[in-house]
Design a binder for this molecule. Structure first.
Ligand code: PLP
Length: 388
């Protein structure tokens, strides 16, 4: 089959491939524990389910406005701006089916053939995929354990060039769980203010921070005028399957991103948006218990991993991921992840699913029950014990 050249530059997300392999093993009768998916195990809020069902029954089954319902955009602006020390108007909000389209649309709208885009490595694999697909030049910047998985300011400074069009940040980070400090963001903001590059700040895990509170690069000086904040309902409200996300950005760009919405999906389903609106209203009841539960799970996962000979794991400051170092086993991350799936009955991701700098690490999601986590750790410990 002859495909357009750009298809050869399109990557993928390994989590879905590992899930398919795990399911194939399950079909053969094997019991697999799923620590691979970046998906919270909590139910979606009752308020969202009720509002979504009511919307469907009342006939909200048609096309709707492309940037999103005004009610929803107003609520998002009202809640999500002040959380970051910012003010947004509804015309600075674009609602999309999931957070991912904001990534795609931003890159398509801003990055020309040959433009350079800085992005985190290890980082969400879709960044590199979309940069390449759009014809941009992916320029990875490392997030290293020795630096608590924080941005290396000097590295970024050295790799900013007149061709740098976009800098992608992701704090809290998937897969490392690292959280950028306010000071580190302030320093970076000062540097970026002197350049022309735009910033895509992926803040989809911003509610899941275990110490201190979230800081957005957009809150520094005038940087909001060049920043797109990506956020959404998938993780915060455990609504991954509803497909509901949003971007906060300058109004002029929001109009052009809306044009991309019109050209691709027309709009985000209206019952989904009604569900999201209801979820926002009950956020004080649903979010804090999730954070507390993730905090408890984090302790169990990190302590459990560090108790295994040859494994070292930093405490993630945010998200629901652990990123243990397994270099001592002398095998690649992929070999260890495959071995754990085939021989240990535990699905997890190789660090290299997130870029070259992920070599030597695994990503374990604790978006699953404590029972599964304890059993998963037991299996990993036993399987790694047989390796060493
Ligand atoms: N950004 C990051 C860092 C993610 O980990 C994910 C999902 O795993 C997304 C964006 C996409 O979220 P959504 O499912 O809302 O498209």
């Amino acid at each position: 089959m002859r495909l357009a050249g750009r298809m050869s530059r399109l990557g993928t997300e390994t989590a879905f491939e590992v899930l398919a392999r795990a399911q194939a093993l399950e079909r053969q009768g094997k019991h697999i524990l799923h620590l691979e998916l970046g998906e919270p195990d909590f139910p979606s809020p009752d308020s969202a389910i009720e509002a979504g069902v009511t919307a469907l029954h009342s006939g909200l089954t048609k096309y709707t406005t492309s940037p999103g319902l005004l009610d929803l955009r107003s609520q998002i602006a009202e809640i999500e701006g002040p959380r970051r020390g910012l003010r947004f108007a509804p015309d600075q909000v674009v609602v999309t089916p999931g957070g991912k389209p904001i990534m795609f649309y931003t890159i398509l709208a801003l990055v020309d053939e040959g433009d350079e885009v800085l992005y985190p490595d290890p980082g969400f694999p879709i960044y590199e995929s979309m940069i390449g697909f759009a014809g941009g030049t992916p320029v990875p910047y490392p997030l290293r354990e020795a630096n608590s998985f924080q941005i290396d300011f000097d590295h970024i400074k050295a790799h900013l060039t007149p061709r740098t069009r976009l800098v992608i940040l992701n704090s809290p980070s998937n897969p490392t769980g690292g959280v950028e400090s306010r000071e580190s963001l302030a320093r970076l903001a000062e540097l970026l203010l002197q350049r022309n590059a735009w910033i895509l700040s992926d803040e989809i895990y911003s509610h899941f921070i275990f110490e201190g509170c979230h800081a957005s690069i957009a809150s520094f000086d005038t940087l909001a005028s060049r920043t797109i904040i990506l956020d959404g309902f998938s993780k915060t409200y455990s609504m991954t399957g509803w497909r509901l996300g949003f971007g906060l950005m300058p109004a002029e760009l929001a109009q052009r991103i809306t044009q991309l919405v019109i050209n691709s999906v027309s709009c985000t389903p209206v019952f989904t948006q009604r569900g999201g609106l209801a979820a926002l209203k009950t956020r004080d009841q649903t979010i804090p218990p999730m954070i507390e539960e993730y905090r408890r799970r984090r302790e169990v996962v990190v302590d459990g991993l560090n108790a295994m000979p040859g494994v070292r794991c930093q405490k993630p400051g945010g998200t629901f991921y652990a990123f243990p170092n397994v270099t001592s086993f002398g095998k690649s991350s992929k070999e260890i992840a495959d071995y754990l799936l085939d021989q240990g009955g535990v699905a997890c991701l190789a660090g290299t699913a997130f870029g070259r700098e992920g070599e030597g690490y695994l990503r374990l999601s604790f978006g699953t029950s404590m029972e599964n986590i304890r059993e998963g750790l037991k299996r990993i410990g036993a399987a790694l014990g047989r390796l060493s």
